[in-house]
Design a protein around this ligand. Structure first.
Ligand code: SAH
Length: 287
């Protein structure tokens, strides 16, 4: 579809519609997905189908979920005849894909996600794709390649101690290896969003060591990042006595004055596991 035609499809703000028009960005997304003939793709928000029609010839199947019924009409008209394409109209966040796909056995189970997603629901999309620390997706994807706001991409790949490292970094890095592949300027879209974007690749993995009590780790991360710019030992006071934590941080070679944003994901896991050990010792001594 050329740009003139794209511009005829009026973007809706409420659905965070920004049509990608940069050939280079499309190529980078596709390259990042490292597609194989047997891949079974899930795309969220195909929009005008600019990415969809490039992906279809390269893969075994592609399921796309699009909320905008007008766009679905156009997509069905153009791509509906393709054997390996299934379009579902609805809100990706509320759709129960596995149960819907039981009616389309040829499209069951996908191994990769490739999408230029609606930015207003990036967090919930990531959570639906990866799960959470305490409830990870039991059937993880081989890879998830997304176009997201650059600022989000930076948080996903941030290292501890950097300005962008936050709770999102810990939550996602616990579940997946994250890479920033390519920065996409705002002008690569019609209409241009307010911010630049970036292609990221997330490869789900099992971090080592695993959290012995994932729910506890989730709570610690939430509390730890709760009040900004405060020392961890203050933010975690409701969970563990300050002196105890100071002692433990020293033992783990972490500066006792560290803030949540200074602590990398594997240190979070160790911290949580050690705190668990302390807690159960405390419980035993009270028996
Ligand atoms: N992939 C296209 C469109 C990106 S814009 C391109 O690169 O040009 C984001 C797309 O997500 C739009 O088509 C929008 O209608 C769709 N969308 C927005 N919210 C959605 C939701 N909750 N579920 C599914 N699709 C959604």
């Amino acid at each position: 579809m050329n740009l003139r035609k794209l511009q005829e499809i009026k973007p809706r703000k409420s659905f965070a519609q920004h049509w990608l028009k940069s050939e280079q960005a499309l190529l980078e997304i596709i390259r990042a997905a490292e597609l194989l003939k047997g891949d079974r793709i899930l795309e969220i928000g195909p929009g005008t189908g600019i990415l969809t029609r490039r992906l279809l010839p390269l893969v075994e199947t592609l399921v796309a979920v699009e909320i905008d019924s007008d766009l679905c009409v156009g997509l069905t008209k153009e791509l509906g005849g393709k054997q390996n394409f299934l379009l579902l109209q609805g809100d990706f966040l509320s759709l129960n894909l596995p149960s819907l796909l039981t009616s389309f056995p040829a499209f069951k189970k996908h191994n990769k996600v490739v999408a230029n997603i609606p930015y207003n629901i990036t967090g919930p999309i990531l959570e639906k794709l990866l799960g959470t620390i305490s409830v990870p997706n039991p059937e993880p994807y081989n890879s998830i390649v997304l176009l997201v706001q650059k600022e989000v991409a930076q948080r996903l790949v941030a290292k501890p101690g950097s300005r962008t490292f936050g709770a999102l970094s810990v939550r996602v890095q616990y579940l997946a290896n994250c890479e920033l592949i390519y920065t996409v300027p705002a002008k690569a879209f019609y209409p241009p969003p307010k911010v630049d974007s970036a292609v990221v690749r997330l490869v789900p993995y099992q971090i080592e060591p695993q959290a012995e009590n994932a729910q506890q780790l989730e709570t610690l991360v939430k509390l730890g990042f709760g009040a900004k710019r405060k020392m961890l030992r203050n933010n975690l006071q409701s969970f563990v006595e300050r002196d105890r934590l100071t002692h433990l941080l020293k033992q783990l070679n972490i500066n006792p004055q560290a803030r949540a944003e200074d602590i990398g994901v594997s240190q979070w896991v160790t911290l949580s596991n050690q705190l668990g050990a302390i807690k159960s010792e405390e419980a035993r001594s009270q028996e």
